[in-house]
Design a protein around this ligand. Structure first.
Ligand code: COA
Length: 270
């Protein structure tokens, strides 16, 4: 399969992503699971067997998550995971719908990218060395990248946008993937985010504009009607950019589980 070895990040992250790539063939017809190029995860988390499923997915991959855990259940879930010897961390799930599409259009009508920048949507035609430098730029900003096949739009419908300077170097990113099973309650939603901007180019609304572009494309071309993203506590910049795009904290948390032998204090979101 072309590009199947485009897997990025630390050794532990690469191990999880490689296992997930292979496990996904087994899980993809089960509506409870989703895959976004990083890990096979549980989408909805309300069944009595949630903790057991999360533990077995972590044992198989090294890490997993449940994406929409009702906040009220988070303490009970944390206790169950801790008792199994695994590590966990929580983040806020933020969500936006039509008002997000409207906000994105308003932003695009109001602001423009700096003139030296162009935008590319990664695809099978994108040069391998560019995908690698894009992945490095995003990783340097502390964001976990997806597999090359996912970022190129080959395994899941979606878009990965790169803002590129005049020298051909990536300076910012935004993405969204329609990765939920058609039987899931989130079938028309996207796992959205991946906002990053190289430090020397921050403060010029590049990430905001790229995020808005990704939302409009997902709505118009992929019929996405909801945008969900996980934001770690204290990431003020991320909360702020999301809020400007009408993507606001929900009553759900994302719940990440890692094998402490592979990840020391590692987290799956930022
Ligand atoms: C998040 C990130 C992409 C924002 O990039 P940026 O260039 O600083 O932000 P922008 O210029 O696009 O800002 C857009 C808006 O958010 C606001 N904003 C950005 N950072 C902010 C902060 N720390 N506190 C408050 N507001 C902030 C800006 O003021 C701007 O608002 P305005 O349009 O009203 O002026 C950048 O900080 C980054 O790469 N962080 C590391 C990676 C990360 O955490 N990504 C998010 C998780 S996926």
């Amino acid at each position: 399969m072309r590009f199947q070895d485009e897997i990025f990040g630390s050794e532990a992250q690469k191990t999880v992503a490689t296992r997930a790539r292979d496990l996904w063939r087994t899980y993809k017809n089960d509506g409870r699971y989703s895959y976004n190029g990083r890990a096979v995860v549980l989408t909805e988390c309300e069944g009595d067997d949630t903790a057991d499923l999360l533990i077995s997915l972590t044992q198989a991959q090294g890490a997993t998550a449940c994406l929409f855990l009702p906040r009220a259940q988070s303490e009970k879930m944390q206790n169950a995971i801790r008792a199994s010897g695994l590590s966990s961390n929580l983040w806020t799930m933020c969500r936006g719908q039509k008002s997000t599409y409207d906000a994105a259009n308003r932003i695009l009508n109001t602001y423009s990218l700096p003139e030296d920048l162009t935008v590319e949507c990664l695809s099978q035609d994108t040069e391998t060395h560019f995908v690698e430098s894009f992945a490095s730029m995003v990783t340097d900003c502390g964001v976990l990248v997806m597999s090359g096949r996912v970022m190129r739009g080959l395994d899941i419908p979606g878009v990965t946008l790169a803002a590129i300077d005049g020298a051909g170097n990536p300076v910012a990113s935004a993405w969204g993937y329609k990765c939920y099973h058609e039987k899931s309650g989130y079938a028309d939603h996207a796992f959205w985010g991946g906002l990053s901007c190289r430090k020397d180019r921050r403060g010029h609304r590049i990430a905001l504009i790229l995020g808005a572009m990704s939302i409009v494309r997902l709505w118009d071309e992929f019929q996405v009607r909801g945008f969900c993203t996980g934001v770690a506590a204290g990431n003020t910049a991320s909360f702020s950019v999301c809020e400007k795009l009408g993507i606001s904290p929900s009553d759900y948390v994302g719940f990440g589980i890692t094998d402490p032998a592979m990840f020391q204090g590692g987290s799956l979101t930022r």
